[in-house]
Structures are given as C-alpha cells and as structure tokens.
Design a protein around this ligand. Sequence first.
Ligand code: NDP
Length: 487
Amino acid sequence: MRGGCDQLIDVPNHIGGKELQSIDGEWILNYAPSTGEIISRIPKSNIQDVNNAVKVAKEAGEGWGLLSKNERADWLDRIADSLERRFDEIASLESLDTGKPIRISRAVDATRSVTNFRFYAQQIRELEDENFTMENATNHVIRRPVGVGVLITPWNLPLYLLSWKVAPAIGMGNTVICKPSELTPMTANLMMQVIKDSGLPDGVVNLIHGTGSEAGAPLVSHPDVRFVSFTGGTSTGSIVARDAAASFKKISLELGGKNATIILDDCDLEKHMDSIVRASFLNQGQVCLCGSRILIQDSIYDSFKNKFVEAVNHLKIGDPTDENTDLGSLISPQHLEKVSSYVNLAIEEGGTILTGGETPVIGTRFEGGNWISPAVVEGLSHESRCATEEIFGPLVTLHRFSDDDEAVRISNNTRYGLAGSIWTKDSLRGEKIAKQMDTGMVWINTWLHRDLRVPFGGVKDSGLGREGGKWSLGFYSETSNICIMDD
Ligand code: NDP
C-alpha cells in the first residue's frame, strides 16, 4: 500500500522566473520509491503550459544570445557555486526521490551536478572560433546559438543528466525548457531555485513538469523549438526523433543499452572484482552504462562465478539514508514488476538463478517500497531475451566464450551499442577487442571512469550523436562560415 506523509510539497513549474501551477490546475503525485510514501506533487502540465514556456524562452533568447561567451561562462560558474552551497540538500533529495543510497547520490549525483556547470564554464571560455586561410581569402567559422531548446531527462540520474544538458546549452547562448521525468522532479526544482537566486535573467532556463505524452511531446513538436536533447529509453527516443523530424530540429538521443562486461582469462579477479560488481549493480543496475551481460572466458568461468556471487551476496541492500547501504530500491512499482518479470523469464528460458531476484526483508518502514535483491543468472543462451533486451535493473546474466572472436560476436549480438568493458592484464589484447565492439564507449580495466572532454553516446539503437566536451558545444550551437576575399 502506498501512503501519504505529513507534509506534501508542491513542486511548481518555473516559467520566466515565476513559480507556476499548471494552467489546468491538475497535479501528479510523486512517491518515495523506498517507502511508497507520497512526498510531493507536480503540475500536470499540458500544451497550454508548453506554449507559455516556449514563448517566454524565445523572448529571453533575444538578450541572452547577445552576451559574450565569457559572460555566459561566468554565469555557469555562479550557478555552480550556488549549487555547491546546497550540495547536501541535492544528495538527500536525490536519494529520497530515486531510492538510491545517500552515499551514491553524494558521490555521483551531487558531485557531478556541480562539476557539470564548472566544466562547461571552462570549456566555453577556451572555445576559439576557427579560421581557414586560402591563397586569396580567409574563412571565419563562427558559432551562434541554435535558439530555444528542450532538454528531456530520465529518472535514474536526475540532476546529473539535467545539468549535463543545461550547462552547455545556455553556455552556448540558447534558452531552454527542461522536462524532467515525472518520477523524479525534486532536484530539478532545486536547480531552478538556485538559478533564480543566482540572478540569471528570467526565461533563460524554464522547467515544465508533467507526463511525457502531455508535456514532453508538445515540447518536442513545438514549431519554435529548434533543438531537442533527449536521454531516456529507446522506444521513447524513436517517438521523439519522429516528432522532431517534421520541423528539422537538431536532435541528440542518448538511449538504452545492453552492455557486455568481458572477462578475459588473464583478468586479475582479486584486483578487479569490486569494480566488476559495481559495473553490474551501481544504482541498482539502473545506469545506462551498467554491464548487464558478463561474458567470461571458459577457463576461468567457475572461478569467476564463485567469486562474483560471493561478492554480490555481500552487498548491503536497505535504508537509502544509511551510509553503509550499497543498494537501495527500484524507482517504481511498475519498474519492479518489469525487473521481476525478467527474473521469471530467466527461469522460463532455462536459466538458473545463482542468487537474488527476491524481495529482501528490510523493515516495516520500507514495506511499501520497490525492493528486489541483486540477481545473477547463468545457463541462458546469449541470444535469449534476458541476455539481449534492456532490463535496466539489478539482474545480470553470465555467459561463456572460448576465444576473443567469440567474445566480440556475443558482445555485438544486441540491437544496442552503448558501452562495454574488458578486464585483462594485456591492454593491447583488450584494445584489439574494444576496436571490434559496436559501441560508443569501451572501458578496459575500469568502468564509468569519465573524462568530461571525451565523446559520450551510443551506436545502433543506443542513440544518435555525441555529448561531452566539444561534442556538446557543437550540438548546442550552429556554425556559420564567413568567407572574406582579400583586397
Ligand atoms: P523514458 O524514455 O520512459 O522517459 C525519458 C523521458 O522522456 C521522461 O522525462 C519522460 O517523461 C519523457 N517522455 C516520455 N514520452 C515522451 C514523449 N512522447 N515525448 C517527449 N518526452 C517523453 O525513460 P526512463 O525515464 O524510463 O529512463 C530509463 C531509460 O533511460 C533506460 O532505457 C536507460 O537506458 C535510458 N538512459 C540512457 C542514458 C544514456 O546516456 N544513454 C542515461 C540514462 C538513462 P515521463 O517519465 O515524465 O513520462
């Protein structure tokens, strides 16, 4: 049963610097995933709210786009400073809203949200216009703002992903409307408070809450919106791409994944086991980059399996506010049902559950939450549904391979192509395999080790385009060439 709590927080839309309800006055309830308690309600916005926000963003763009890049970079630094002052609040709100352990929301979510603004401030300051000299003329390649943009984000890393888009988008002179997941509105609201307090001109950053179909879709199709940056599931990404294509908007799509973790026979298991477990189950496996298929070379299969299962059994699942907790709850009852259905499917497909996939006993306070213990499955074909479809939860499948070519073949055997990792003492061998993997990113002997300057994104059904460093600056700007003939 899902219950209420004493204080229901109203989380408003933010349009043109004003905190607003939806024009229709309807609300959506927001639940804490770990307990099932209602923690806030958000406006159920629709096309009327969207039209209002786009109009305001368009007007604000007229002044904002005229600022120099250094002036805009200074604004990003100011926002970073203000966000940093609310670091602990970001961490606890994110933990409450997503069900993830506070330790993770501090180390991953709060830290990166601040860093994203600082990083892009620096990148934008360092950005130079390019010049190409011909025998008798000079070309100046300049960057200008694209216009009004829409930034749509999922629930797994709410402010981490939203700030990753807002900072480069406004830093390049655009104005934006954010549409966070209806499941995790809290830190987006905090970001808007911070932006207001920092004195950023009204209307540069706006935020609309609501469902994907009622608020997200009209934003994507609005004729005055010139670009859409979307992170979310592959099927939603395909709808967004279709809706944006009609008016030739720029789009960036960061979508789902089914990433392979490849364990070669020379892998140092003692050294890397904790990292491999982390790559499987960070944020309850709800990270697009998590390795949900572990491919293990025959000769070390049993040894790896035993050590891996033992390490997984040591993970502490429970109260997200406890500093020692490794795993929290899943995001929603619907998502719990989806992950549980894959546990059942694994059995139907002939797999053996080595551990997990059950409801853990945590305590009465958490009985209304969305809990499942981390599951490890072996014995499935690498072509089974469990091994090829994105589950996006704490379920990994183990598979054997005999040589490097087979590891590559299995790894590439999905519609997805986001990321992967390879674990070996021989980095040349690892790199040779990495070059044959159909993914946008591969880590060797590490995972989620991020340099924000490098390209981030997937191939095949994992997305379109790249974000990160100069790739983001390219996406969030239009380049024009001015060719001047010599006298
Ligand atoms: P969804 O695709 O369900 O939703 C993502 C966002 O899109 C939400 O804000 C949602 O709103 C909105 N939305 C839904 N329908 C539409 C529409 N027709 N038009 C515009 N917006 C719409 O993804 P989840 O939130 O469930 O997130 C999990 C997915 O995100 C996984 O597949 C995961 O792999 C992927 N992901 C990818 C990452 C990457 O970098 N490649 C990083 C993180 C996650 P609402 O939810 O309010 O309805």
